[in-house]
Design a protein. Structure first.
Length: 367
């Protein structure tokens, strides 16, 4: 079996990581794996694990991308994959038009994965127009069935994204060297109760709520300290500056630390006493919340989207009614006063995700 996955770029993010994980699983199971993208920093890792990467500019949301239809059709005709798996809207549209130029009996099977709660319009509908449509959570299944009535429910397959429990083992502790270096870089974190908010610096992640919480907690719990793990791209620099000014105006400079973009997220999640998930919009899955619970750190978050699905199964005491800041504050205080334990995670595994995806591939190709 030969599978060709398409996505805009291979730099960072959940879509990219999932693509690499399925590519690796295909190779391990004795199949051929091809990925088409505009390239990026993850390409060497992808190729080192046995996948063929084909570079094509399928990443721009512009009419100029239509020039890639013919080159994409040539790649499909040349490599003759059994399955084309599209993971984003621009590649999905280009594939849609590319396949029209291929004889029906020679076209590969088409699978899509809906990774996000896309804006509801014809442009997004393309993600639901495949032979099988993978939804990464029950929340995404509901999003598709509510908004895209032309997608038959029997064509929707829920396959939760998963994490490698070996990479995020229960009870994991950062090395003494990592802790020592962290205290050198951020001496203000030593001997503190750490509340971690992971995620990129955007208006969606709930940073304002975090600042409010620390303001309310600081006098009763002077050893509480917030850590924001995630960087801000250039477009978000003004928002980061806005946050910094708010923190300064509330005299919280000594209580909140921004550590920027990190590649050692496992260490930060394990090092923290609690992790928060406060996104203003529902997340389709909530990978970081799952990673935190996997290493054994309690997660407290709003009861919506994929994060709510994870918490309801693994840590229901961390579920807070959306925007109920009073209860949120109360539950955080309980965790400060009485440390909570998290039972080992046995759901949402990377192996399950890969096994179920490969089983779907084999089902559509009748292997």
């Amino acid at each position: 079996m030969k599978v060709m996955q398409l996505l805009p770029e291979l730099n960072s993010g959940g879509v990219e990581r999932g693509t690499l994980e399925i590519a690796k699983a295909l190779i391990a199971d004795g199949h051929e794996s091809i990925v088409v993208s505009n390239g990026g920093r993850l390409v060497p890792e992808l190729e080192a694990e046995g996948t063929t990467h084909l570079s094509l500019a399928i990443h721009k949301k512009s009419l100029s991308s239509l020039w890639q239809i013919r080159p994409l059709r040539k790649l499909i005709e040349q490599h003759q994959p059994d399955i084309v798996h599209v993971r984003s809207r621009v590649p999905a549209w280009l594939t849609h038009f590319a396949l029209k130029g291929i004889r029906t009996d020679q076209r590969p099977h088409l699978i899509s994965t809906v990774h996000g709660f896309y804006s509801i319009n014809r442009y997004s509908a393309i993600m639901t127009q495949a032979e099988k449509v993978i939804a990464v959570s029950n929340s995404v299944v509901k999003y598709i069935t509510d908004h895209y009535k032309n997608c038959p429910p029997e064509d929707i397959v829920r396959i939760y994204r998963g994490i490698d429990s070996k990479a995020f083992p229960h009870g994991y502790q950062p090395s003494a060297q990592w802790i020592n270096q962290t205290f050198v870089d951020f001496p203000q974190l030593e001997n503190k109760f750490l509340i971690c908010l992971p995620g990129r610096i955007t208006r969606l992640k709930g940073h304002e709520t975090l600042i409010e919480l620390i303001e309310q907690l600081q006098h009763q719990y002077p050893n509480v300290h917030a850590v924001v793990v995630g960087g801000a791209d250039q477009k978000k620099a003004a928002y980061l500056d806005e946050l910094e000014k708010t923190i300064q105006s509330k005299s919280l400079r000594e209580k909140i630390t921004f550590v920027g973009h990190r590649s050692d997220i496992r260490e930060w999640l394990a090092f923290s006493d609690i992790v928060l998930s406060l996104s203003n919009q529902a997340e389709t899955f909530g990978r970081t919340a799952l990673e935190a619970l996997s290493v054994g750190t309690p997660v407290i978050g709003w009861n919506r989207g994929g994060v709510a699905e994870i918490l309801s199964h693994l840590y229901p005491q961390g579920l807070i009614d959306v925007d109920d800041k009073t209860i949120l504050l109360s539950v955080i205080k309980q965790h400060i006063e009485t440390p909570q334990s998290v039972t080992p995670v046995t759901m949402f595994s990377l192996k399950d995700m890969c096994d179920q995806t490969l089983a779907l591939y084999k089902q559509v190709t009748k292997l």
